[in-house]
Structure formats: structure tokens, C-alpha cells
Design a protein around this ligand. Structure first.
Ligand code: HEM
Length: 185
């Protein structure tokens, strides 16, 4: 039973990581106000949100199955309080930090009308910290973390998110966003 929980815990963690990679990329496209081939602007926001929520489901499965796996030696407190774990406390703790950031980002997104745009936007910036922290956790804590195929997946993810981030910081991105929001005279 532990073997099955352990395998399920690893697979669900990897699926969660891949979905959060797509979330970050779609978040940047959402901010640009541009459509994607076959995806009009308004539906990109919906896809961004839904992929995040599916990612959260896989994250709950990841944590839940590893909590039940007696070999992983996890305590419930490890889910929200970082760096207390007995197994690789630093790399394990990074996973917990990523969860804490994710909870704040998802909560302020779902309660956006109540918390206001400023708070929403401020907290949403932490997505740029959450993703690399989750990736570092996966590589440092995972059984497959240093395997060739996992490093390939991680490498491709870093290149894709990095390219989106460079685009996000480019003058062209900012100018076209302003143009779409009608702020350039
Ligand atoms: C956004 C948050 C997180 C993501 C995306 C994530 C993802 C991953 C991934 C991809 C792995 C590598 C699996 C493998 O080697 O095949 C991993 C390993 C692991 N994660 Fe997470 N994780 C997160 C948070 C957490 C939290 C909060 C905990 C516990 C409270 C946790 C517990 C573990 C454990 C014990 C392992 C080692 C499993 C093994 O033996 O390989 N993770 N995680």
C-alpha cells in the first residue's frame, strides 16, 4: 500500500508542477490582453483560473497521499509550517512555502471583489516566487528530482516560463498592454 501511495504521491506532484507551469505562462498572456490561436481573450482568463484549480486538486492528492505514506514521515503541520520536517527539512520546507503562497494567491483571487484590485495584484505577484520555489522543492526533495527525464521536464519548463517572463518585462509588452487598455494617447 505504501508503495502505491508513494508512486501516486510523486505522479500527482509532477502533474501539479506541470499545471502550475501552464498557469504562470497563461497568467502572463492574460496580463498582455492578447488572444491565443483558438482562444479569445476572455477565455484565457477562464483557462488560467481552471488550470490553477485543477493543479490545486493534484497538489491536494500529492500531499494527501504522501501524508498517508508512512515511509514519508510527514506530519499535518508540515503542510503549512515550513522547515519542521524530519526528511530533508529544507527541500521539504520549500514545498510548504510554495503551498502557503499558493493559498494566499488563490484566496485573494477567489475573493477579489472583497479584497480589492490592489491587494489582489500585490499578492498575485508572489506567483513569480511560488513557481521557482515549487520547482526547487521538486528537484531537491523528489526521488526523481535529479533523473534525466525529470531534469528535461524542469529544463523545458524553465525555458518556457523564462521566455514568457522576458516578454513580460519587455518594453513591447508594456506598450502593447497600455495600448489595449487605451492608456496611450
Ligand atoms: C506547490 C507545491 C508543491 C508542488 C508543486 C510539489 C511537487 C512535487 C514534485 C514534482 C515532487 C517530485 C516527485 C518525484 O520525484 O517523482 C515532490 C516531492 C515530494 N513532495 Fe512535493 N510538492 C509541493 C508541496 C509539497 C508539500 C507541502 C509537501 C508536504 C507537506 C510535499 C511533500 C513531498 C514529498 C515528501 C516528496 C518526496 C516524494 C519522493 O519520495 O519522491 N510537497 N513534490
Amino acid at each position: 500500500m505504501d508503495e502505491a501511495l508513494w508512486a501516486f504521491g510523486r505522479v500527482s506532484g509532477i502533474v501539479a508542477l506541470v499545471l502550475f507551469t501552464l498557469t504562470v505562462m497563461l497568467g502572463i498572456v492574460t496580463r498582455s490582453g492578447r488572444p491565443l490561436p483558438g482562444l479569445p481573450r476572455f477565455s484565457i482568463v477562464l483557462v488560467h483560473r481552471n488550470i490553477t484549480l485543477i493543479g490545486c486538486v493534484f497538489l491536494v492528492l500529492h500531499i494527501g497521499s504522501l501524508l498517508l505514506d508512512s515511509y514519508a514521515h510527514l506530519n499535518v503541520v508540515d503542510v503549512l509550517v515550513p522547515f519542521l520536517g524530519s526528511f530533508k527539512p529544507f527541500w521539504q520546507g520549500l514545498g510548504t512555502v510554495a503551498v502557503d503562497l499558493l493559498v494566499a494567491i488563490v484566496a485573494t483571487s477567489l475573493l477579489r471583489r472583497r479584497v480589492g484590485v490592489r491587494v489582489f495584484r500585490f499578492v498575485h505577484w508572489f506567483a513569480y516566487a511560488m513557481w521557482p520555489i515549487a520547482l526547487a522543492h521538486s528537484i531537491g526533495n523528489g526521488t526523481d528530482g535529479l533523473s534525466g527525464w525529470f531534469l528535461l521536464v524542469a529544463g523545458v519548463s524553465v525555458v518556457l516560463v523564462g521566455a514568457c517572463l522576458l516578454w513580460r518585462l519587455s518594453a513591447r509588452f508594456i506598450e502593447s498592454t497600455r495600448l489595449r487598455q487605451g492608456r496611450l494617447t
